[in-house]
Design a protein around this ligand. Sequence first.
Ligand SMILES: Cc1ncc(COP(=O)(O)O)c(C=O)c1O
Length: 496
Amino acid sequence: MHLAQSLATLPLDPASATPMFRQLYEAIKQTILSGKISPGMQLPPTRALSELFGISRQTVLNAYAQLMAEGYLSGTVGKGTFVSANLPLSKKDKPNTPTPAPLQLLRPLSARGQCFVGPQTALNIHEGALKAFRIGMPGIDVFPFDVWARLEARRWRRPSHELGYSDPAGYAPLRTALAAYLRASRGVHCVPEQIVITSGSQQALFLIATLLLAPNDGAWVEEPGYRGISASLHAAQARICPVPVDNEGLCVSHGIAHHSDAKLVYVTPSHQLPLGVTMSLQRRLELLAWAAKNRTWIVEDDYDSEYRYTGPPLASLQSLDRAGCVIYVGTLSKVLFPGLRLGYLVLPPSLVDAFVQARAILDRHATIVPQMVLADFIAEGHFGRHIKRTREVYAERRSALLEALNTHLAEELQAGPADAGLQLSTTFRRQRNDLAVAHAAAQKGLEVRALSRFYNVDESAGSGHNRASGLVLGFAPIPVAEIKRGVTILRDILRR
Ligand SMILES: Cc1ncc(COP(=O)(O)O)c(C=O)c1O
């Protein structure tokens, strides 16, 4: 096609919101890239093009200037404008050649990339409007957003150099505040230098699995347990070793008997997810002794330990560790709110530098303003007050749930330990398919999580224990009236 003809058909729309020079620039660029005009060809003078389209000459000059700046065109004033001769347009870029297949069809994910996809790494996403009985959620309705907004506004009023790039380990005053909080409330042995702020505890688990395990290294996980750890272990190509949980927590002797070569143990000792049991002191000491002897890392995920309704919070496993083998992981998702995406690691000193460097590779550092606001929120006493207040509100919601279950569903559901956390696990008294019940509940506008979904996807890796079938019911974010209403709906479903 003749050059003038090619350009005359350029799709310019004077009514569009896109400026005319931008449209012309885009259209000429696409014409060059599609091979309709070839490297070395001369473009019409700006005056000719402005007459052709009925646009100002300045518009054409602007479009040419942009194309020159980006290397599509070359030329000098008075000597003409040319399509750059050295553009690496291959024959494939010429007209009439079929568009190449998308890259992902030609080249599948790398072996490592494949470990990130599939059912074993798919994490549950709790999104959409809150429904009874969503799990893993705190009560957003009792969060002091007015205080948070005031603290944040104050930070914006006094912008400083701290809004630039900062320490990948996290905002120093926040690390100091968290170290003091963890020492006082959880008995954690730590100094601020051992704390690394992460984007939620999920990033902490990913870093742990990636940095500490080689492909096929064994890692104990609680069975049933948290998908966030098994997904991270799969992604790191580790070997998942499911270890059953009984009413004293992780069955340490089972783990030692079946997976003694493991390099890492993941555990939720304060409040096992999903069963809700607290690990006994005997099991804690047994695990620590074995890990110290075998040089195995223990990952203590202390995600919701602030909420204990029958007494003060229990000391952490890390507080009993004398060998430096416990990595403590915490999160603000439960005590504040998940969308904040702030969590932290308390690392043995020997691991700190490696984790800080790796954390920087992921996203340099956690977003700074929420870290600053959180530091202020803690320093000014709001954090402590919020914990106290939410403990009371959740205790009331927990009682309402227990009472409603007792009144309406005592013959159908057996409630598990209920002295801590944001949710309660239950098992069916009669044999039922929990997935089918969860589905029926969803049809009626409820959100209940089937207990069987907490088991490892690969049943053949089974723990030797039968899978429990039941429902996990969140109560912390749900107002009392909704809890009562939800239980009567559940009753109707289970009695059908
Ligand atoms: C056992 C456990 N750990 C940690 C978390 C929190 O994850 P994150 O801090 O990434 O929001 C959850 C959330 O449901 C959890 O159940």
